[in-house]
Design a protein around this ligand. Structure first.
Ligand code: UFG
Length: 320
């Protein structure tokens, strides 16, 4: 079975490629390398360098494939506030073109990278998939629009689709002694920023006046290997025409200060920090209710926050 991994040169996509290959799948990758890295893609993968906005590249990439894992897209909350049109174009129009081409070529199965950002500032926490989404930023709006597009596509054209709503992804995979690192430029995610923190460049804590017990934002962290395992379970469960939304998180909320404390413990030194103002577009609390993933995918995470901090640290500063 051959899987097209769009965005397979990126952090999560490349981890998916590695795990799919280890499970015996054949893999094709479509990536324009605007944020991903070609050197993350193994030699035995069919690589098409092209944009998710280019129908000819999509058609080429889909050739010979049986199903799609769709990771390609823009994924930074703060960037989306500055460039909403970019997010609408790449995330929504890119997926529309992909689905159009899948329909044309008779491909029916897709696992999509949705996001907890679709919920906005949810009234219920831990948040179930039934929560109505009112996103607080253009990134979340774009992911919600694609979830709705997939629902329509399943009833109109009979595709079998699962939207996995990611919470905060961290950690890294080690393949044959090499860490597949998160290499974002610029880096904005909390755990890599915590690991880069130095006395003269301390990590900023964005907001200390949120309505949470310690005043900092609460998020739910999931290891990238656990996340990809959820994708493989989702892929294997695709069958009849349907669209299902499934949260993928750890099911536990940690405040920014708790992440910093856990990181200090895992690393064995005090992380330098500085209090800063709130970051635009951030909700106060995002924690997953993962009961649907447990019941439909027979999936639950097996790695904890310290595993994520430790593996991210190894991947950023390789330890031999
Ligand atoms: N934060 C800091 N300092 C930093 C970086 C982040 O205090 O230097 C805070 C943020 O304000 C936020 C939390 O740490 O409260 C996590 O921020 P990240 O940037 O690591 O992640 P986000 O929560 O903004 O977003 C991530 C993914 C999205 C996904 C979302 C779902 O990037 O794609 O998680 O929960 F939608």
């Amino acid at each position: 079975m051959r899987i097209l991994v769009t965005g397979g040169a990126g952090y999560i996509g490349a981890t998916a490629v590695a795990i799919l290959l280890s499970k015996g799948f054949e893999v094709s990758v479509l990536d324009d390398c605007s944020t991903g890295h070609k050197d993350s893609i193994p030699e035995n993968v069919r690589f098409i360098r092209g944009s998710i906005l280019d129908s000819t590249a999509i058609e080429d990439a889909l050739t010979g494939c049986n199903a799609v894992m769709h990771f390609a897209g823009k994924s930074l909350v703060s960037e989306s506030v500055e460039k909403p049109d970019l997010y609408r174009n790449v995330n929504i129009e890119g997926t529309r073109l992909l689905l159009e081409q899948m329909q044309y070529m008779g491909l029916k199965k897709i696992v999509f990278s949705s996001s907890a950002s679709t919920y906005g500032d949810p009234a219920i926490s831990p948040t179930p998939e039934t929560q109505i989404g009112i996103p607080t930023n253009p990134y979340g709006e774009s992911k919600l629009a694609v979830d709705e597009m997939l629902a329509r596509e399943s009833s109109v054209n009979g595709i079998s689709a699962i939207s996995l709503r990611y919470f905060n992804v961290a950690g890294a995979i080690n393949i044959n002694g090499q860490w597949l690192a998160e290499r974002h430029n610029p880096e904005t995610h909390l755990i890599p920023m915590v690991l880069r923190s130095k006395p003269d460049e301390p990590v900023k804590i964005f907001g200390t006046d949120w309505p949470t017990p310690d005043g900092t934002c609460i998020r739910d962290y999931v290891h990238v290997i656990d996340l990809v395992d959820a994708h493989v379970s989702a892929l294997n469960s695709l069958d009849a025409p349907s669209h299902t939304i499934i949260n993928v998180g750890g099911g536990i909320g940690y405040s920014v200060r708790e992440v910093i404390t856990a990181s200090s413990r895992a690393l064995g030194y005090d992380i330098p920090t500085v209090d800063a103002s709130r970051r635009q577009g951030d909700p106060a609390i995002l924690v997953a209710d993962i009961s649907r993933a447990k019941s439909l995918l027979n999936w639950e995470p097996v790695r904890n926050l310290e595993d994520m901090v430790r593996d991210t640290a190894h991947s950023i500063h390789p330890v031999r």
